[in-house]
Design a protein around this ligand. Structure first.
Ligand SMILES: C[S@@+](CC[C@H](N)C(=O)[O-])C[C@H]1O[C@@H](n2cnc3c(N)ncnc32)[C@H](O)[C@@H]1O
Length: 325
């Protein structure tokens, strides 16, 4: 049986997806202005998420070991009907589980970005773990990009403000036999972590960031207050429009060497790829990295359905400078 993810249909503000054969029906604002192509299929859904009550309804129990596999290359027409996926082509094995937020443990619209991270990984010319190149994954959640970068030979710092999300990423690493890979898991505020890394002098070859429109830093443990002392400040809430330009500027400061990659993605209606591209170009125009004349690629992430329609799922901006030979 195929273990792939497939968008089956979308419309009326919802999407119907197959997770290795299990059909699920979830809300999707990007599908608000579309009509379902195949209304009869929706009655086969085994799990539904209701946004108002924030609850899942399952017709059959969710299988314990359900997972989706992502291949290194898109399927060719001639092997699209093959029942088995070739094991040597496997990029990611993602355990999928329903969460109280209506997430499922994979953001499949990122598939082309994971493939890009793998295909453009720096050549392994620095033997030994101590010399391994560093990658930073901010707002890292499921860790799919973390796993991809670790698999390509990079040492990864994985940062997310939500402890349960970081714990989930560790389980994803285990499902990919990467429990012992050089990955540092950090429950932290992305912007604050980047500022500290600049001060500490740590530098990275690759930085991936997938910020939400709104978000919060980690919940701080309430320390006992001594009389007359003010409580410790919570990290400021994250707002993409307000905070992304400064975070990008700081990310470029964290880049070292003459080859690098930055991948920024987002799902917010408040910003798109042209805003992020302009922001990056402005930063580079006054930075040493600008003189390296990096390349850019920008566009929309999307999910195709079997009829060829595309469901929009946000923007991507890739900025990179290849190793010169
Ligand atoms: C859109 S998801 C990222 C999904 C990720 N690209 C993946 O494939 O799993 C956004 C993540 O940002 C985290 N987050 C929100 N605000 C944050 C902050 N201020 N600092 C760090 N992480 C934050 C959330 O906990 C969530 O896991």
């Amino acid at each position: 049986m195929s273990r792939r993810y497939q968008l089956i249909d979308f419309g009326n503000g919802r999407k119907l997806e197959s997770l290795a054969g299990r059909l699920i029906d979830r809300p999707c604002p990007a599908a608000d202005n579309a009509s379902p192509r195949d209304p009869s299929k929706w009655s086969d859904a085994e799990s539904h998420f209701d946004l108002t009550t924030r609850t899942w309804r399952h017709r059959t129990p969710w299988p314990d070991d359900l997972h989706v596999e992502v291949q290194q290359a898109p399927r060719q027409r001639h092997d699209a009907d093959a029942a088995e996926e070739p094991e040597d082509q496997l990029l990611l094995r993602m355990p999928v589980q329903p969460t109280p937020f209506g997430h499922i443990g994979i953001f499949p619209e990122q598939t082309d970005n994971w493939r890009w991270l793998m295909q453009t990984a720096p050549a392994d010319d620095l033997p030994g773990r101590a010399n391994q190149r560093q990658a930073l994954n901010l707002f890292a959640y499921t860790g799919a990009s973390t796993i991809t970068m670790a698999r390509s030979g990079l040492k990864v710092a994985h940062v997310d403000a939500a402890k349960p999300n970081v714990e989930a990423a560790k389980r994803v690493a285990a499902a990919n036999n990467l429990d012992d890979a050089p990955i540092r898991y950090l429950v932290d505020d992305a912007a604050a972590f980047v500022q500290r890394e600049i001060r500490r002098g740590n530098r990275y070859h690759t930085i991936v960031l997938d910020p939400p429109a709104y978000g919060h830093g980690p919940k701080s443990k309430r320390a006992p207050r001594s009389p007359g002392k003010r409580p410790a400040r919570q990290a400021q809430a994250w707002r993409i429009q307000r905070d992304l330009p400064e975070l990008l500027e700081n990310c470029f400061e964290l880049i070292s060497g003459r080859s690098f990659r930055i991948l920024a993605t987002g799902h917010s209606a408040e910003m798109d790829q042209s805003d992020v591209l302009k922001s990056m170009q402005r930063i580079l125009s006054r930075s040493r990295l600008g003189r390296l004349q990096p390349q850019f690629e920008t566009g929309r992430m999307s999910l195709p359905d079997p009829s060829g329609r595309k469901l929009d799922a946000g923007f991507y901006v890739r900025c990179w400078k290849e190793e010169s030979t």
